[in-house]
Design a protein around this ligand. Structure first.
Ligand SMILES: Nc1ncnc2c1ncn2[C@@H]1O[C@H](COP(=O)(O)OP(=O)(O)OP(=O)(O)O)[C@@H](O)[C@H]1O
Length: 325
């Protein structure tokens, strides 16, 4: 099993009475691109801020290479905050050099690194411009350069892809993949699930401040309802209707996509298809991350609602018992 580089261990954080992060536990391995996804307000930014030490957790711990993260470790991280954080009046190249030196680089080293990232992120024509004069997408490229300029050992990026044009998305993706290939663990949050599915090794899904699922897309799909693609050229429109636990998702020509509830028998589906004539395709399909995400989040919401109802009943029961005494 790969050793973890960055570990988030039972981290908890509340803002007043609101529990933003609850028992959050996951790890990121060297050279791994880890996608951090979840609905608005799920707790991603809070978790990332805790990793960076911008926020202190109420409980739990973040470890880097097996030790609690301290200031020296955090200096080795590259961070792209959600609210971004560049000085608008500073010039791009000057800004990046300044950040490099702030992280302990020599003047010459910071200059060389700034130049290198300006070129790599294709913002050379803005190097002498004030940050505030750049478009938002170009400011974001500079923001990534700012996270990278000191050659960080880990990258924590809050929605780095939001608002980028397709070419900038490709540049960002390539840079992150390159860093990961160099052994750097990379965690980034995103709502662009198709992109996350394409680029990430593993995905963590956050709901209500907790990690509700984590793994490769293949692993996540193991807990999901199975999908089948069946091509039965002589079958009528409704050949699969009425099969227990089977839902017809779509029909395109002679191909039918089916979703099987847990425990539904795929051999019965095959027999039903064969009863119509030849079957040229009968394969399991991995659902896209977007669907896995919906299934997992919906299931988690339902489970939370059930727990809350049970809790409320328990409380009501004990209150009435108390009242009767
Ligand atoms: N400074 C704050 N004060 C009070 N509540 C906060 C604060 N920051 C975040 N919260 C709350 O904590 C919860 C988690 O927010 P967080 O920003 O971590 O979610 P997120 O997953 O990053 O959401 P998004 O995808 O919208 O960026 C939300 O309910 C949010 O309203």
């Amino acid at each position: 099993m790969a050793t973890a580089a960055l570990e988030v261990d039972r981290v908890r954080k509340s803002y007043g009475k609101r529990r933003a992060v609850d028992d959050m536990t996951f790890d990121i391995r060297p050279g791994e691109l880890f996608g951090f996804v979840g609905s608005n307000g799920a707790g991603k930014t809070t978790t990332m801020r805790i990793i960076l030490g911008v926020l202190t957790p109420d409980a739990g711990e973040v470890r880097w290479l097996g030790r609690p993260v301290d200031f020296a470790a955090r200096r080795q991280f590259g961070y792209m905050p959600e609210e971004r954080g560049l000085y608008p009046r500073m010039k791009v190249a000057e800004h990046l050099r300044y950040l490099g030196e702030l992280h302990g680089m020599s003047r010459a080293g910071a200059r060389a690194a700034a130049d290198r990232w300006i070129e790599r992120l294709e913002v050379s024509s803005y190097a002498s411009e004030e940050v505030q004069n750049l478009s938002l997408g170009n400011q974001q490229r500079v923001q990534l350069a700012a996270a990278l300029v000191h050659e960080p050992k880990a990258l924590v990026l809050d929605e780095p892809f939001s608002g980028l044009d397709p070419v900038a998305v490709d540049v960002m993706r390539d840079v992150l993949a390159e860093r990961a290939a160099e052994g750097v663990p990379v965690i980034f949050s995103s709502h662009q699930l198709a992109l996350v599915e394409r680029v990430c090794h593993r995905v963590g899904i956050v709901g209500g401040g907790r990690l509700i699922a984590c793994g490769t897309v293949g692993e996540l799909s193991e807990s999901a309802e199975r999908r089948l693609l069946v091509d039965a050229p002589e079958a009528g429109e409704n050949w699969a209707a009425g099969l227990a636990g089977v839902e017809v998702l779509s029909r395109e020509g002679t191909r039918t996509r089916l979703r099987l509830a847990k425990g539904a028998d795929d051999q019965r589906v095959l027999r039903a298809a064969l009863a119509t004539g030849p079957v040229s395709t009968f394969v399991s399909e991995q659902p896209p991350l977007t669907e896995l995400y919906r299934d997992l989040v919906t299931r988690d919401d339902a489970a939370s609602a059930e727990t809350a109802t049970a809790g409320a009943k328990g409380t009501a029961g004990s209150e009435s018992e108390g009242g009767g005494r």
